[in-house]
Write a protein that binds this ligand. Sequence first.
Ligand code: NAP
Length: 247
Amino acid sequence: MNKVVIVTGGSRGIGAATSLLLAQHGYAVCVNFHSNVQQAQKVVESIEEQGGKAFAYQADVSDEKQVQAMFVATRQRFGTVSHLVNNAGILFTQSELKDIDVERFKQVLDTNVIGCFVCCKSYINQLDEEGAIPGAIVNVSSAASRIGAPFEYVDYAASKGAMDSITKGLSLELAGRGIRVNGVRPGCIYTEMHADGGEPNRVDRLAPNLPMQRGGTPEEVAQSILWLLSEEASYVTGSFIELAGGR
Ligand code: NAP
């Protein structure tokens, strides 16, 4: 089977590690990014240096037209998009709920929830046009959906809770068609996202209090995504892998 995957937010962190790992396992990869073309291009170059196939594509996942165009471009380049990783996500500065304004919350929902939703929709529409082929989606949620992220970003936690509901509902809609939909819930992972939350060293601060007493790496998350997309996980759908060091 020709394995073609779109990894949203593939330019850095978990998305970059996932793009690299999937390419090493034979996937042709669309490395989606929003603003950082240089970093996305670096990921593509690393993949190509290792003999893999990839291209970088700029699209705001919250914009349905841009997402549709990304699916068309990927299909033209590599063939039917057989797999999808909804990884793009944002958060803002740590704040109590009372200090979060509505505009910020809407922005978080737009990228994290609407983004996941329109990518899933485009993926299914494309499969409908091509005729059903077995495929799989992995949604990158967060342990925050369970924990609620109090005093940090309840808006972000809520967006991940919504993503989990999409994962569950869509998995049931697609189960009879051989298309699996699962989620991963990372905990504290070493990426640049924490700087966006105003605390670049957040993982080091929290690590001593985690059951495993350390933060996780993007590569550890990527391994679980690889497995969930693969035929090794052929009877797994509507499931979530916790990657939070026991938290
Ligand atoms: P990151 O380093 O901040 O990277 C985020 C990625 O998303 C970037 O590639 C960024 O692209 C892209 N992106 C942001 N807004 C976008 C948009 N509107 N359209 C398309 N792409 C967009 O994040 P990360 O830490 O690797 O996190 C990846 C995922 O894991 C997120 O969904 C996050 O919520 C989840 N997660 C992370 C942690 C953690 O501890 N790091 C824990 C739990 C869950 P540009 O750079 O080009 O703008």
